[in-house]
Design a protein around this ligand. Sequence first.
Ligand SMILES: NC(=O)c1ccc[n+]([C@@H]2O[C@H](COP(=O)([O-])OP(=O)(O)OC[C@H]3O[C@@H](n4cnc5c(N)ncnc54)[C@H](O)[C@@H]3O)[C@@H](O)[C@H]2O)c1
Length: 316
Amino acid sequence: MDGFICALVVLAAVVVYLGWRQGPEHDLTGKVVLLTGAGGGLGRLLAVNLAERGCRVACVDLATKPNEETASMVHARGRQHGAQPLAKAYTADLTKREAISALVEDVIKDFGQIDILVNNAGQLQGGAIWDLSDAQMDLVLDVNLRACMLLVKDVMPHMKARRSGHIVTISSIAALAPTLNTSAYAATKAGVSQFMECLYYDLQSQGLHENIHVTTVQPYFMNTFSQLEDAVKYNGPLGKLLFSFMDAKVSARTITKCIATRQHVANLPAHLGFTASLLRLFPRAAMGFVIESLAKPDMKIFDYSATRHGRQLAEK
Ligand SMILES: NC(=O)c1ccc[n+]([C@@H]2O[C@H](COP(=O)([O-])OP(=O)(O)OC[C@H]3O[C@@H](n4cnc5c(N)ncnc54)[C@H](O)[C@@H]3O)[C@@H](O)[C@H]2O)c1
């Protein structure tokens, strides 16, 4: 019995090591990135980080003004290496099928190629499923899941023809761990994580997985906007210690490194992904205790239209 437990511990350690280990960093100079949600909190930070590594960035967002600001920041802070354009802003509503097709065509026309697709645009409509209107539910599904699938579908012929590419999707730790009043959001994130996993094996079955890379990022809460922080209540100092928000700037740097190392799945922070997966093996009471007793995200009070980007969208 002791031997069995030892073997189990060693196996778990090997699995964790293999899962966490990062490969070498690849040079991103001159890579063309199609980045969605570039006008938002994480999107802007990713655009600048990627540009500092020499990427050229096609910035995409529904909100024109913040997206154009991001493109200007890429111009100002990006590493110059002669290839043009260094950045361009595209206004597109990713809930519209025809907008997605036109976007991919336009970016290839303007930049000559797409090396990396970063699916970052996201919608969070808080509330239990019975609190959401059909339109709110559709919006979450369309932006977080359908747009990601359609973008991959549209860039894939281009990447397959070049036998080169990288698909990156910003999912969420909500794909692994249940939270209150986020069922629609969490369902899209679980869906998109599983989509990416299946995509990898479809590429592998065609011998393309060494040429077209797949990275799924599953972050915990990041302080990209204050209303999100206000929506999470902690029950005591232990909850706050264990579940405080990650710094968005640090997270963006980590995600950029994950892109450069072509990490397969990146949980941010890594230990939370491990804990969430482990907790799923326990009786439900264990997860229930974590949700009810330590950190209690109350997304019901979360109103996207009141956020910085919600207001910018209304003004655009
Ligand atoms: N902030 C967090 O705590 C957190 C945690 C885990 C995962 N994520 C994920 O990270 C990503 C970025 O989140 P963020 O915190 O920067 O949010 P954000 O709201 O600041 O940025 C999202 C961007 O997506 C854009 N967008 C929304 N709907 C769109 C549409 N129909 N067409 C085009 N663009 C659209 C918005 O205009 C916005 O600029 C999202 O996918 C989110 O789900 C965020």
